[in-house]
Design a protein around this ligand. Structure first.
Ligand code: C2E
Ligand code: MG
Ligand code: MG
Ligand code: MG
Length: 285
């Protein structure tokens, strides 16, 4: 969050808004040229099995490196790209690049790609995904698409239908950042998500034995189990967090404890040089 430190006495609001708007405008102009200028790259963060410690897949995370702004966080530029209607072409680049990269990995390893609500309401979204799979040769079951609860907040976009078609194509579908949005359980009845990703805030809370976090993770795991869905715990950084997640029964774990988002060549190496027995022993309960 860019909360400017207030300087002037009164009427601080307007100048701050102005600076903010000006920065946004300049950044938006740069963002418009970023695809052509090859300023995007993908990092890959491992997702491991909570049982075996084996790498199950990687999540593709977008990075923007601009000569003027440096490395811009996706938390900052994705909303900007959405407002500027640039997320569709950028998202297409992410999908095609991630599918191609995943073809270099062993055939058991999945690739997860984040998709914004704007992408899902784009009428060409499914055709684009089919084309990315065909062009790369990646089988549908190795692709996972991550969406957040925000897609259900839009009326009349047909989001639920698009999600059903994604599932019908054999692609995995995850519900990202679960518990942070305006959660409604209604859509879990309609959409057969493959995986619910439990937000990092609950993982942190659970390791600190915050009763509410513990109760919520337990409930989500139980609910996912009975709905035939899997669970991933996001953002596990410490051994305590990993142990607690295992105890609570999440099936998959993603977080700095196992690996930060990394460049493609490091992801390849991590997998090639991977020692299962060592990792198994590393966090045995
Ligand atoms: P997300 O999809 O929930 O991705 C997980 C975020 O948590 C990533 O931040 C990742 O680096 C971070 N993370 C993972 N493990 C840990 C941990 O142990 N500790 C901490 N503190 N953080 C951890 P990142 O890469 O900055 O991405 C932020 C968000 O930007 C993503 O959240 C996603 O919503 C969005 N995003 C990233 N790439 C794309 C993309 O290609 N398309 C779209 N539409 N959104 C994207
Ligand atoms: Mg995600
Ligand atoms: Mg997430
Ligand atoms: Mg999250």
């Amino acid at each position: 969050r860019s909360k400017d430190q207030g300087g002037g006495a009164h009427n601080q609001y307007e100048p701050k808004l102005h600076v903010h708007a000006e920065e946004r405008r300049v950044m938006e102009m740069a963002l418009r040229k970023a695809l052509d200028n090859d300023e995007f790259s993908l990092n890959y963060q491992p997702v491991v099995s909570a049982d075996t410690g084996g790498v199950l897949g990687f999540e593709a995370l977008l990075r923007w490196t601009n000569p003027e702004f440096g490395v811009v966080s996706p938390a900052k530029f994705i909303p900007l790209a959405e407002d500027a209607r640039l997320i569709v072409p950028i998202g297409e680049w992410v999908m095609r690049t991630a599918c191609k990269e995943a073809m270099k990995w062993p055939s058991t390893i999945k690739i997860a790609v984040n998709a914004s609500a704007d992408q899902l309401s784009d009428p060409d979204f499914l055709d684009m995904v089919v084309s990315a799979l065909q062009e790369s040769g990646l089988p549908a079951h190795r692709l996972e698409i991550e969406v957040t609860e925000s897609i259900f907040m839009r009326e009349g976009t047909g989001a639920a239908e698009v999600l059903d078609q994604i599932i019908a194509m054999g692609i995995n579908l995850s519900l990202d950042d679960f518990g942070t949005g305006y959660s409604s359980l209604g859509y879990l009845r309609k959409t057969r998500f493959t995986t619910i990703k439990v937000d990092r805030s609950f993982v942190q809370g659970a390791a600190k034995k915050v009763p509410e976090s513990l109760a919520i993770i337990r409930a989500v795991v139980a609910m996912a189990d009975s709905l035939g869905m899997s669970t991933t715990a996001e953002g596990a950084e410490t051994e305590d967090e990993v142990k607690m997640i295992q105890k609570l029964g999440c099936r998959k774990i993603q977080g700095y404890y196992f690996g930060r988002p990394m460049i493609a060549s490091d992801a390849l190496e991590l997998f090639a040089g991977y020692d299962m027995s060592q990792i198994r022993g590393g966090y045995a309960a």
